[in-house]
Write a protein that binds this ligand. Structure first.
Ligand SMILES: Cc1cc2nc3c(=O)[nH]c(=O)nc-3n(C[C@H](O)[C@H](O)[C@H](O)COP(=O)(O)OP(=O)(O)OC[C@H]3O[C@@H](n4cnc5c(N)ncnc54)[C@H](O)[C@@H]3O)c2cc1C
Length: 368
């Protein structure tokens, strides 16, 4: 530490997913030596969610050891399950009973998946995918997007992967158009891609939560709904998502920011989680006397649809819906990662070979 001890601030990040890791790297970059950063998560590894979709087909997702990642950025790692925050005391509570202190807190614990059609239906995030492979290759597959899912792209990606196996595949979605969030400028291109690969999309049709949906196809997989973690001591909406202001500050809690799926924004998505994390980290550094670059609220939705043939479609739309969206068959951002988290993506780009050569077994907390 080169900075004067009196200037040091303890920053605690809760969560080692997309938002937590992006915040970790941002703090190392923006915070100079004035910050002592600790990241706490309830799982020791980080696996990029889009890469998990390949697990049933024998692909091994890149698995990053969070303790090692923290060391690379001069931070400490602790394994703990956070239950709540006492913002007045600057303490975070954990299931072990231990209280972790902080001066600045960044909350990034993500959302909790919930099965929309009950336990009998296979839901992504509950170990559904390996079963699909185990069944006869000729069986038909329906991927369902229930009402209330804000990030629907994994349904189309999954359908494309199943279609590659010669299955009769359809997406049954509550959206009015295919990938509705990206606007009319994207829908036609995605429909064409789906048709080329034999995937049929039925829009505006998803069954209501609680319905029996087994009859849609031989195998039915649904995207999950999401709930917030309802951390004690903080202002949350009725579904447990933290209420934040335009700078990601948690309402009513001084020196606490939140980013990612845990927040009450309308779209829960990795690229947006990263943009929020950048802003939250910038604000935390600014509050410690640093002068981070000016950053604004999340503004752009980005997505990448990949087929097993290597065909790629890059999608982009401004979040305020001011444009009709855009798609291109070549990268619209760099590095061209599925989740557009630019600090994480650049680090992965630089270390991918090294991580692949010493892979850790992917110990997934929530199986696909
Ligand atoms: C199959 C799939 C494919 C996807 N594809 C894309 C895509 O292509 N592009 C895109 O932008 N987004 C995609 N997403 C969405 C994206 O993955 C999420 O929006 C993103 O991961 C949210 O990041 P996060 O950091 O908020 O939460 P998470 O990534 O869920 O991370 C949460 C972290 O907090 C930890 N944690 C949770 N609870 C606690 C607790 N109580 N105490 C301590 N630690 C805790 C977890 O262990 C984890 O480390 C996909 C999602 C899925 C499931």
């Amino acid at each position: 530490m080169r900075g004067l001890p009196v200037e040091e601030r303890e920053v605690l990040i809760v969560g080692g997913g997309v938002a937590g890791v992006e915040a970790l790297i941002a703090l190392a970059d923006l915070g100079d030596d004035r910050l002592r950063v600790r990241l706490v998560a309830n799982h020791p590894t980080f696996v990029l969610p889009p890469e998990q979709l390949g697990i049933p087909w024998g692909e091994t997702p890149l698995s990053i050891d969070l303790a090692r990642l923290c060391r690379a950025f001069g931070a400490e790692f602790a394994l703990a399950e956070v239950t709540g925050v006492d913002a007045a005391a600057h303490e975070v509570h954990t299931t072990s009973g231990e209280a972790l202190t902080y001066e600045r807190l960044l909350l990034c614990p993500g959302a909790r998946p919930r099965a929309p059609y009950g336990a009998r239906t296979r839901t992504l995030g509950f170990g559904a995918l390996p079963d699909v492979l185990a069944e006869a290759p000729s069986v038909s597959v329906a991927v369902v997007v229930p009402e209330g899912v804000s990030w629907t792209l994994p349904a189309y990606e999954l359908a494309l992967r199943c279609a590659r196996r010669g299955r009769d595949v359809r997406v049954v979605t509550s959206e009015r158009t295919v990938l509705e969030a990206f606007g009319s400028g994207v829908t036609d291109a995605v429909r064409a891609l789906l048709e080329r690969h034999g995937v049929v999309a039925h829009t505006g049709r998803a069954p209501a939560p609680g319905d029996r949906i087994e009859g849609l196809a031989g195998t039915v997989i649904t995207l999950p709904l999401q709930d917030g973690p309802a951390l004690e001591g903080l202002d949350a909406d009725s579904r447990g998502f933290l209420r934040v202001d335009a700078k990601q500050a948690v309402r009513g809690a001084e020196h606490v920011w939140a980013a990612g799926d845990v927040t009450d924004g309308p779209v829960k998505q990795g690229g947006l989680a990263a943009q929020q994390a950048e802003l939250a980290a910038s604000e935390a550094v600014r509050s410690c006397g640093g002068r981070p670059p000016r950053g604004g609220p999340p503004a752009i939705l980005r997505g990448k649809l990949t087929t097993n043939d290597g065909e790629e479609l890059y999608l982009r739309r401004t979040l305020d819906g001011a444009d009709d969206g855009r798609s291109l068959e070549r990268p619209l951002w760099r590095p061209p990662s599925a989740i557009c988290a630019w600090r994480l993506a650049r680090w992965l780009d630089a270390h991918r070979d090294e991580l692949r050569s010493s892979p850790l077994a992917p110990r997934l907390r929530t199986p696909v």
